[in-house]
Design a protein around this ligand. Structure first.
Ligand SMILES: Nc1ncnc2c1ncn2[C@@H]1O[C@H](COP(=O)(O)OP(=O)(O)OP(=O)(O)O)[C@@H](O)[C@H]1O
Ligand code: SF4
Ligand SMILES: [Mg+2]
Length: 339
């Protein structure tokens, strides 16, 4: 690898947007801006969490980063090379290095095939694995995710939810990817199983060194798995930084409200226990100015007219609020917020 590629982030998004035409391009329905002008970078070996309410664009952003979804504007670079217009052969090679783990393992697995075969499928596709080499590969992958190889002959419906998600993780890791997007991988699981799968993903990531994006709406989960966190609101990143620092002292009023809504997270001193009320506006009718202003009682006139850019507020931290740099993050304006 050239020194230039070594120096660039593993995955980088620049001005990345995805706009869906509701009901087709000839429909009168307004388009849906699922992701808007996102800039982000994922370094080798790090785990970046993406959090936000339902419909804020987390899954769309995850698919864009993997090149599974075409960008409306902007681009994604992998090791410094744009995914746009890559020749088919290179796209296939990259496919093996970038993987996706879904929320619902039942939907990700073929109900008619034994899970052992499904785990090594990517090796057959990308590495032309010989049929006779299946068994050692299955054993190695099952052992890596803490599954007994005796389960390899079973069908998905014969496994528990946690076992199925381990199978899906094993399959995603079969080609030893450099980058994995985990899209809500534990939200369909019981709480006790969630903790096991989170520990498994974190352990595998440290051992194998892949970089990841971990999509979640649960800040308690994010705290345990991520190095950095990006908070999304209506398609845009509104706050980003090291996970411990952001959760301890959120700078953006939206992040402050998310943190305050989780009883077990440590709140800023004096911070009231507030809940984020109401649903966000539709992604087809994003408010002008700061998209959060209709729910933010800290909003001032400038918030309704000017969209705040994501800007540095401290080393490694950024926030898209007109007042983030001026307000002390440790003492958020909770009392004045209409959340
Ligand atoms: N294929 C599509 N066609 C039209 N609109 C879409 C499509 N996929 C997503 N959307 C819309 O884009 C917005 C973002 O959706 P997305 O699934 O990325 O959000 P999310 O944050 O992952 O939500 P959730 O937490 O519920 O999974 C939503 O308004 C959604 O309705
Ligand atoms: S820019 Fe204004 S409306 Fe937006 S989060 Fe900051 S204070 Fe609230
Ligand atoms: Mg989603």
């Amino acid at each position: 690898m050239s020194p230039f590629l070594e120096a660039s982030p593993l995955v980088q998004a620049r001005g990345l947007s995805r706009i869906y035409s509701a009901g087709g391009w000839f429909s009168a329905a307004p388009p849906v801006a699922a992701v808007g002008k996102v800039d982000l970078a994922v370094e080798r070996g790090e785990m970046l969490a993406i959090v936000g309410e339902s419909g804020c664009g987390k899954s769309t952003l995850g698919r864009l980063l993997l090149g599974l979804e075409p960008a409306s504007t902007g681009e994604v670079r992998f090791e410094g090379r744009s995914l746009r217009g890559l020749p088919a052969r290179e796209q296939r090679a990259l496919r093996a290095r970038m993987q996706l783990v879904f929320q619902n393992p039942m939907a990700a697995l073929d109900p008619r095939l034994p899970v052992g075969i499904q785990v090594v499928e990517p090796l057959a596709i990308h590495r032309s694995l010989a049929a006779g080499a299946n068994r050692p590969a299955i054993e190695q992958l099952f052992s890596a995710v803490g599954l007994s190889v005796e389960l390899a002959g079973r069908f998905p419906h014969q496994l528990s939810g946690g076992q199925r998600q381990r199978v899906v993780i094993a399959r995603a890791l079969a080609t030893q990817p450099d980058f994995v997007v985990f899209d809500e991988p534990v939200s369909a699981l019981d709480v006790s199983v969630q903790a096991q799968i989170i520990a498994l993903i974190r352990g595998l990531q440290r051992e194998r060194g892949f970089a990841g994006v971990f999509i979640s709406h649960d800040l308690r989960v994010v705290r345990h798995i991520a190095d950095r966190v990006a908070v999304m609101y209506l398609g845009r990143i509104v706050e980003e930084g090291p996970v411990a620092s952001v959760l301890a002292a959120p700078a953006h009023p939206y992040t402050q409200a998310l943190v305050a809504s989780v009883p077990r997270l440590k709140r800023a001193p004096g911070g009231a226990r507030l809940r984020l009320k109401g649903d966000p506006p539709s992604a087809s009718a994003i408010p002008p100015g700061c998209a959060f202003h209709p729910r933010c009682a800290a909003a001032e006139a400038v918030c309704r007219g000017e969209r705040p850019a994501l800007h540095a507020t401290a080393p490694g931290r950024s926030s898209a609020c007109h007042f983030s740099a001026l307000r002390k993050p440790a003492a958020p304006p909770f009392e004045s917020m209409r959340l």
